[in-house]
Ligand binder design. Structure first.
Ligand code: ZN
Length: 435
């Protein structure tokens, strides 16, 4: 390419306000000489036509072209005002696409944010692709991402709210596991926010920051009742129907089955479950939904119980868990109520301590459990889907230490609608574009 402005090169670069003056491949990288298209400007102070005073070259990285990293060498103009009476002497030209002292062009920064946020790519990988440092990419993610996340319209139109906890930092030798609470739009299946901690105060603080109109349109709230969340909702969301969804109810029932299994293991064998122990071997089958068991699974389950559960308490707890599941599987409110009564009678009859405790908790939350049926099966399913996405971001992030950074990454991945261009397939099965 020649020394002077090249039309097609500039079109290919497509950087607003710039033209390409030279191009060369050095060390497998594109070095593109660029300048602004502004050839005449007026003095910022007096408006007199400015004269070119000098040039200064700045180097920034841009998006790759044809798989090669790109360095833009911008021959920046320094203008001079020729009006002797003017207070302004010289100034350096500026362009929105490349900010002063930037390492990356604005569009490369936006793309870095999109890859780290939307695609959940590792910051280090994006930094490597763009040929910049980790901190440069992270700064771009923070700058661009914060705007997206802080957009108040992002939280619009939530009719069903889901609350759930997720671990943020695993326990270490010196500190316990730290949890955060995720707030999810159950209809849209998107993460609204993450608050540090899983306490009443944390959730209350978030709800307190919402407008009255926002709170008024939330009709149902789905939550884990065994956390302090419910009491946080009372004041701001007193009008909403609180639902204990099947996921959390079954989680608690499974915990009861597990507790009984461990107790019986200890009582019959005198030690914690080990690999060859009959109950230990069926620990996962005990938590599997009955209708999901294969015939081989049933055989193993029965054999395990016959060998390791002489008092029948594990089997009784398992049955209780299945009966609580039936409450959720029931069709319509009368059937659900009947199933719930069967569960209570069973828990009363068998007299297994852990199951009795479960029944007391269920009784305390009976209205919220049955509300599952009055709200057309309002489910925390989307929350669980979001939790899977959260796990993915955590895996890529290799254990976050900084909560603000963690929250930003999560919201960019599952809380923001990205407006991206859908690339059309050049060759596809249909529609047939070429005759
Ligand atoms: Zn001037």
């Amino acid at each position: 390419m020649g020394q002077h402005g090249n039309g097609s090169g500039s079109i290919l670069l497509g950087l607003d306000g710039f033209e390409v003056t030279a191009a060369a491949v050095t060390d497998d990288e594109w070095r593109l000489g660029v300048q602004t298209t502004a050839t005449t400007v007026g003095c910022v102070a007096c408006g007199t036509q400015a004269r070119l005073h000098a040039r200064r070259t700045v180097r920034v990285r841009d998006l790759p072209i044809g798989g090669r990293p790109v360095v833009l060498c911008w021959r920046k103009r320094i203008w001079r005002c020729v009006e002797p009476a003017c207070a302004v002497k010289t100034w350096t030209e500026q362009q929105a696409a490349i900010r002063p002292r930037a390492v990356l062009t604005c569009r490369a920064r936006a793309e870095a944010c999109r890859r780290v946020g939307k695609d959940a790519h590792a910051v280090a990988a994006v930094a490597r692709d763009l040929g910049v440092g980790w901190a440069t990419v992270m700064r771009a993610v923070a700058d661009h991402g914060t705007q997206l996340v802080d957009d108040p319209a992002r939280l619009d139109g939530v009719a069903a709210l889901g609350l759930d906890e997720t671990s943020f930092l695993r326990a270490t030798r010196t500190a316990p596991t730290r949890y955060v609470t995720g707030l999810v739009d159950l209809e849209g299946g998107r993460l609204l926010d993450v608050v540090a901690d899983r306490t009443r105060a944390a959730v209350h603080g978030w709800l307190d920051a919402r407008s009255r109109d926002w709170l008024a349109q939330v009709a149902t709230v789905s939550l884990d009742p065994w956390r302090g969340y419910a009491s946080a909702l009372v004041a701001p969301l007193g009008h909403a129907t609180v639902v204990v969804d099947h996921f959390h109810a079954i989680k608690l029932a499974n915990a009861a089955v597990d507790q009984v299994r461990r107790r019986i293991q200890q009582a019959t064998l005198g030690h914690r479950g080990r690999k060859p122990d009959p109950l230990y071997r069926i620990r996962k089958l005990l938590l599997t939904a009955a209708e999901q068991l294969t015939s081989r699974g049933w055989v193993r389950l029965r054999a395990g119980l016959a060998a390791g559960d002489p008092t029948g308490e594990v089997a009784a707890a398992w049955q209780g868990k299945e009966q609580l599941r039936a409450v959720y599987a029931a069709v319509g409110m009368p059937a659900a109520r009947a199933a719930l009564q069967r569960f209570y009678r069973w828990a009363d009859g068998v007299g297994v301590a852990e199951l009795s405790r479960l029944a007391r908790t269920v009784l305390a939350w009976e209205a919220e459990i049955l509300a599952f049926h009055s709200t057309m099966g309002c489910s925390n399913g989307p929350t669980e889907a979001v939790n899977l996405l959260i796990k993915k971001v955590k895996r890529v992030g290799h254990g976050f230490r900084n909560f603000a950074n963690y929250r930003l990454r999560l919201l960019l991945h599952c809380g923001v609608r990205w407006q991206t261009h859908r690339t059309a397939r050049l060759r596809g099965r249909s529609p047939r574009l070429v005759a």
